[in-house]
Design a protein around this ligand. Sequence first.
Ligand code: C5P
Length: 296
Amino acid sequence: MILNSYAKLNLFLSVLNLRRDNYHNLDTIFERIDLCDRIKLTPLKNKEIKIISNSSQIPKDSSNFAYRAAKLLQDTFLLDNGVKIEILKRIPVGSGMGGGSSNAATVLIGLNKLWKLNLSKARLAELAGKIGSDAAFFIYNCPFALGQSRGEKITPLKKLNKLRLYHVLVVPKISVSTPMIYRQWDRLVLGKKKNKSRLTMPKANVKILTSVLLKKDLILLGKLLYNGLEPVTRKVFPKLSQIRNKFKELGMKSYLMSGSGPTFFGIVSSEEEAMSLYTRFRQDKNLQVFVAKTRC
Ligand code: C5P
């Protein structure tokens, strides 16, 4: 069985508060994009879970998200089935595009069929949420969704089902630790919030953003895209501000950092425009650059 494991972007990410379990409550809009890994699942006769990948950057042991997904199914349903999981990595690792969470969700979806478990989407999403906060989104097979709670409570944004956005993705060679960025958020934003001032505030809510997305008004959209983690990640890695400035210099209207970074993405009106920006950003050899579109 061969499956695509898609990446995500966050078009909106508002961190609401720190929880008792040290996670943060969020309001976020996920977009599924066509940049993807390929995952091949082959049944094994013994209980073994074996990870193989072209990437040296992902672990091959029990800490791998795809491994954890298979193990969670084995443990929850007391199964003796094993599986070889081959991961062809194309989504940059630790980039803010949810590659690990997507791999976990894809393995859950695949093994549900391969091992004939007959689990519902809701049950698969619940299991996915145990592995990563972003993993549940990929279970729902929808292009856009609202994520709440830790990000694992998913409501598909059905009104946006036909919307297709074009992107240029710019990934600097910086390794960003998500827990560290959230800890810095606690220090820089939560600390300040007590004094009633924040680094940035969202100018829109999910409802407004949904209607602006439907109109494809890129100028207005650019003013409303929001990621509360972006100023934090830029403070920790000041070089990221240069990338942001480059988007502005190139005349782009809509751009944002995804997740905890370091990927920056632009929203443009056509594949041609995305390709021309790709060529401009590629001149900098320190950047990985992709074109992508919504995976409808
Ligand atoms: O769930 P995930 O593995 O993506 O989270 C990685 C880390 O990011 C968590 O251990 C936590 O420190 C932080 N996080 C958070 N609040 C969220 C999601 C992640 O604090 N909603």
